[in-house]
Design a protein around this ligand. Sequence first.
Ligand code: SF4
Ligand code: SF4
Ligand code: FES
Length: 312
Amino acid sequence: MVEEKEITVKIRKYSKANGESWQSYKVKVDRYTQMTEVLRRIKTEQDPSLSYRAACHMAVCGSCSMIINGEPRLACKTLALDIADEKNEVTLQPMGYFETERDLIPDIDEFYDRMHRVKPRLYADDEVLKGDFEPRMTPEDQKEVWKFAQCIWCGLCVSACPSVRIDENFLGPAAHAKGYRFLADSRDTIRDERINILMDSAWRCTSCYMCYEVCPRDIEPVIAIKKTKAYVNDFKKDTPVTVMAKKHDDAVSESIAETGKIKESSLYLKTFGITEAMRDMKYMFEEGKLKYAFSKDNNVKRIDEIKKIMEE
Ligand code: SF4
Ligand code: SF4
Ligand code: FES
């Protein structure tokens, strides 16, 4: 017999007519009970009005994203007793960033819009579409895109991303993971168009790694963004962001070739220019951080070997 425990589930309920309120429910669970099962029991046994999404119950459909005890998670991939706090309580809130439709259901139209902006499908060659030719990926090519193809469109990374909140021109982590999945696909025919769609946006990511932390499928969208940035010299329609990006890219290469490492202070100066650097130095002075801009930074030993690698 598997031992059962009673937990208290506090749910933020919301409807357009009644606004927001918190409601508590007692549920008996054991160590195998998923949070989607907890929600099912509450809805069928206690509160038929409770609204939430869940379909597969196995981390495949991406529909049960929500905030569970403060963490962005899939409810079906979360066991009630693993997440319950010391008081045996679990709080459930809808995913952050998105508007709430009702209770735990976010309005994810905006998320789908972002995903579709990156043309999330393979654009194959005409000969392939006619059935005259079958392109094969090498195992190495397939390995490059495999991870990013596993996205289940759950939206958790977007809900946790700070750049999405402040920059409407940033496509967001999931769209970038999907965009890179096709950019790196050797069978795709719209490479230049993809670079045009993705490049300016990629350089708006702040590399905070929140998307990496919260993704339930370990997609690592920030890595897709970093890989996309590496195509910057193939991007011909420069924007203010990508002009800066190219300067940054050149400055990184120069810094490694000259010193064997990335010297942040010279990197900043070469990327943003003297006027911007002076403005930020004033800010650093006010915050007591100016000393870091002038901290001594030794070159690495055996620099010749690094120069040789850079030439290669
Ligand atoms: S690493 Fe970039 S995409 Fe990921 S959460 Fe941070 S800003 Fe957003
Ligand atoms: S990248 Fe991960 S967190 Fe983001 S939508 Fe895809 S599966 Fe969800
Ligand atoms: S119910 Fe499908 S991912 Fe959770």
